[in-house]
Design a protein around this ligand. Structure first.
Ligand SMILES: [Ca+2]
Length: 152
């Protein structure tokens, strides 16, 4: 009898452990598979900027056209998770040949500021914001024509 109970205890413990491992495993890796993230427009529109979650244009992305502002990136979310917003998430970008993006470290265009303007003849690609010190730091931004970058 005792032997039988020990077995069922061990079996239950094993099942719980297996379930715990499955749950942990499912939460671990990122779920950025091709099926969940729409393809990036090709070519990139001349009047748009595409922002990427990861360096080298990886992960989730969003695109804004000329004249678009966003004073608080906490207000927009990645496609597959309504709890994950774009604040402090951008790691690389592609700037259409006719536009300029100005960005700020804080919401409402406050704090440190940076900008990238394309040349007018070709797309400007910034494969990593790590070097310039802007990785996962942008909180608000404005898109303008390339010869009219937002100053404030
Ligand atoms: Ca990022």
């Amino acid at each position: 009898m005792l032997y039988k109970h020990s077995w069922s205890f061990l079996l239950s413990f094993g099942l719980i452990l297996t379930a715990a491992l499955l749950v942990t495993g499912a939460a671990g890796p990122k779920t950025n598979t091709a099926g969940e993230i729409p393809p990036v427009p090709d070519p990139i529109p001349d009047n748009a900027v595409i922002f990427f979650e990861d360096i080298n244009y990886g992960g989730h992305w969003f695109m804004y056209y000329n004249d678009r502002d966003n004073n608080d990136l906490r207000a927009i979310y990645v496609e597959t998770d309504p709890k994950v917003n774009w604040n402090d998430r951008i790691s690389s970008l592609k700037v259409g040949k006719n536009v300029c993006v100005t960005f700020w470290q804080d919401i409402k265009y406050v704090g440190n500021k940076g900008s990238y303007a394309a040349t007018g003849t070709s797309l400007m690609s910034v494969s990593s914001l790590v070097g310039p010190g802007w990785n996962d730091k942008i909180s608000s931004l404005k898109i303008r024509l390339r010869d009219n970058c937002a100053k404030s």
